[in-house]
Every structure is written in structure tokens, then in C-alpha cells.
Design a protein around this ligand. Structure first.
Ligand SMILES: Cc1cc2nc3c(=O)[nH]c(=O)nc-3n(C[C@H](O)[C@H](O)[C@H](O)COP(=O)(O)OP(=O)(O)OC[C@H]3O[C@@H](n4cnc5c(N)ncnc54)[C@H](O)[C@@H]3O)c2cc1C
Length: 311
């Protein structure tokens, strides 16, 4: 896929997590409305007709009209609101690290589809890339336990030599992969955001982007409701957020699930089907553009904040 095929510019930007954390923390510290940093753990929540309150691990209580649950795949906010989850494990784990290589990557992201799982090579600054390497769980555990040199010896034949010799450029991490969708995105005075609502396979690197769309949509819905004089935690207000986001995220989660299943195996019939499908995507310009727009987060109606428009 070429960025030149769409008018809006690059397909995306790769930003290292540590830079995002630092920028978000600095922005939160500069915002007088945000208190209680660094955060303590939320241990309880209680919704009533006029508001919702949470109890922190240090015993303090915070109250408001609505509680946004942004607490990840095992969301306690969802559990305490009685919202169940649907999902399954992939029997895969992702090995993640940064690597340095001799040749420049030219700003090109690569994804190699292997029967045990995909290997993504994502361009960072300089001659560095981030890899997200999905493997069957037992294999991933064994590879994660290797020393750095042995790890590289297993990685190199998969990575290939198109970027020249490869070395490690940071710590290695391993994450179990699963799909987990909240059965509802809203509950009494509660809205779920990000992985708390939808934990997806990282095959297309869309997890955080989906979360940003949730944040933009929830902010827009709440601000509009406030301007109209509505109670921002009312069920009909939160329902607007759910209607906006749930279908889009579920569709993407199941799409990524299907792509992972289709590519993470050696079945000759599926191999023929996917070659045919990739051939079609590659040669039909309309289809290719549709894929590019979806991957770049330009499909559908992005919330105002994601279009750079103020609320
Ligand atoms: C291997 C891998 C690679 C990925 N690559 C990409 C990528 O390239 N691009 C992309 O867009 N996405 C990617 N993702 C997905 C992305 O990491 C997640 O979608 C994103 O981190 C979700 O953010 P979140 O804030 O919703 O949840 P989380 O990052 O899970 O954060 C939840 C936070 O809530 C806190 N918390 C939980 N319970 C409590 C409590 N009781 N009290 C207080 N705090 C609490 C946790 O400590 C945590 O800090 C990847 C994921 C994986 C596993």
C-alpha cells in the first residue's frame, strides 16, 4: 500500500509508547481539572440515580455524573457495573522489541504472514524498527526465555536480510494474545473506553487507534449533551456513544480475528483463497483504496477530535 494513493498523507505514524506516556502525563499534569496523579487503584464504585462514586485504594472517594472505564482488557469498571465479556484466546503470544538494522527502512512497514503467526516490522526513527512477532504460545514462551543472542538467531531467518544485519535495540516483552469484547459499552453511569471495551488482535496495529476514536466520540457526545442541558450520565446520552462506537469496533475486532485465522495456518485451500484475495486487493484500485482508508482510520465518520476539529 502506498501513501500516495490517498490525499490525506501518510498511512499512519509509528510513535513509541514511552513518548506517548510522557506526552499524556505532561498534558494531564498541566490540566487543573485532573487531580490525584499519580493514580491510585480504584477498588469500588457505586452508581446512584444522580451520580457515580469510586473508592480509591487509599480510602478517598471521588464522585461525578459519569465514570469512563479506561482500565484495559480485564476492566474492573466493567465487572463492577455487571458488564460481562465475550472472547477467546488465540493460543498465540506476541514477542515485542525494538531492533536496529544497517540499512534504512524508508518509512515502510512490513508484515510477514507465517503459519505460526504474523511478524510485523514497523519503522521507528533512524535505522530502527519495532517488531511484533506472534507465535504459538509454547513456542513464544521458549523463545522469550532465550538469551539475546539466541533470540536473534531465531529471529534472523524469519526477519530476512533486506535491512542488513539486525541487532537488539531495547528490552524484550511478551504479551498473550486474546480477543475480548465487552457485552455492552455502557452501563449505569458508566462508559467503557479502549481495551476495556474491545481488546483486539494486534495484527493491524489498530488497538490504541480504536481507543482514540472512543475517546473522541465520548468527549463529543458528552460535550453536546452538556450544551443541551442534559445529564451527561443519563442512559440515553451514553447510548449515543455506544451506538457510535460499538458496531465499528466489533466489525474491526472480528475482521482482525478473521485475517489472523486466514493467515496463521498452512491449510492449502485457505492459502489459495488468501492468495486470490490478496491478488484482488492488489489489482482492484477501489478495493485497495478502501483498505488503505480503513487502515489509516479515515473510513466512516471519525470524531471531531480525530479530525483536528475542536469541540
Ligand atoms: C503486542 C501488542 C502490540 C500492539 N501494537 C499496537 C500498535 O502497533 N498500534 C496500536 O494502535 N495498538 C497496538 N496494540 C494495542 C494497544 O497496546 C492497546 O489497544 C492499548 O494499550 C489500550 O489502551 P487502554 O488505555 O485502553 O488500556 P491499557 O493500555 O491496558 O491501560 C489500562 C490502564 O488501566 C490501569 N488500571 C487497570 N485497573 C485499574 C484500577 N482498578 N485502578 C486504576 N487503574 C487501573 C492499568 O494499570 C493500565 O495502566 C498492541 C497490543 C499488543 C498486546
Amino acid at each position: 500500500f502506498e501513501a500516495a494513493e490517498i490525499e490525506e498523507g501518510p498511512l499512519g505514524y509509528m510513535v513509541e509508547d514511552r513518548h506517548l506516556y510522557a506526552a499524556f502525563l505532561a498534558a494531564m499534569r498541566a490540566e487543573p481539572g485532573i487531580t490525584h496523579l499519580p493514580a491510585t487503584t480504584v477498588t469500588a464504585q457505586e452508581a446512584g440515580p444522580a451520580g457515580i462514586a469510586v473508592t480509591l485504594s487509599d480510602g478517598r472517594r471521588l464522585a461525578g455524573r459519569v465514570l469512563a472505564g479506561c482500565d484495559g482488557r480485564q476492566s474492573g469498571t466493567a465487572q463492577r457495573a455487571g458488564i460481562g465479556r465475550t472472547g477467546w484466546g488465540y493460543g498465540q503470544a506476541a514477542l515485542v522489541c525494538a531492533v536496529a538494522h544497517e540499512r534504512p527502512h524508508g518509512g515502510i512497514a512490513h508484515q510477514f504472514f507465517m503459519s505460526s503467526g504474523p511478524l510485523a516490522i514497523l519503522p521507528l526513527t533512524g535505522n530502527r524498527s519495532s517488531i511484533v512477532w506472534s507465535e504459538a504460545e509454547a513456542e513464544a514462551k521458549a523463545i522469550a526465555a532465550l538469551g539475546d543472542e539466541d533470540f536473534l538467531a531465531v529471529l534472523r531467518p524469519r526477519f530476512g536480510d533486506f535491512l542488513g544485519p539486525v541487532t537488539l535495540a531495547g528490552k524484550r516483552f511478551s504479551y498473550p494474545l486474546n480477543l475480548t469484547l465487552a457485552n455492552a459499552y455502557v452501563g449505569p453511569r458508566v462508559a467503557l473506553v479502549g481495551d476495556a471495551a474491545h481488546g483486539v488482535h494486534p495484527i493491524a496495529g489498530q488497538g490504541l487507534n480504536l481507543g482514540f476514536r472512543d475517546v473522541g466520540a465520548l468527549a463529543e457526545v458528552l460535550v453536546e449533551a452538556h450544551r443541551r442541558g442534559e445529564d451527561i450520565g443519563a442512559a440515553e446520552v451514553l447510548e449515543r456513544y455506544q451506538r457510535w462506537r460499538r458496531f465499528d469496533s466489533t466489525l474491526l475486532a472480528l475482521g482482525m480475528d478473521a485475517v489472523n485465522r486466514l493467515f496463521s495456518n498452512d491449510n492449502p485451500i485457505l492459502r489459495a483463497a488468501r492468495d486470490l484475495g490478496m491478488g484482488a486487493v492488489g489489482t482492484v484500485p477501489g478495493l485497495r483504496r478502501a483498505f488503505i482508508r480503513q487502515a489509516a482510520g479515515l473510513a466512516g465518520t471519525p470524531p471531531k477530535l480525530l479530525r483536528g476539529v475542536g469541540l
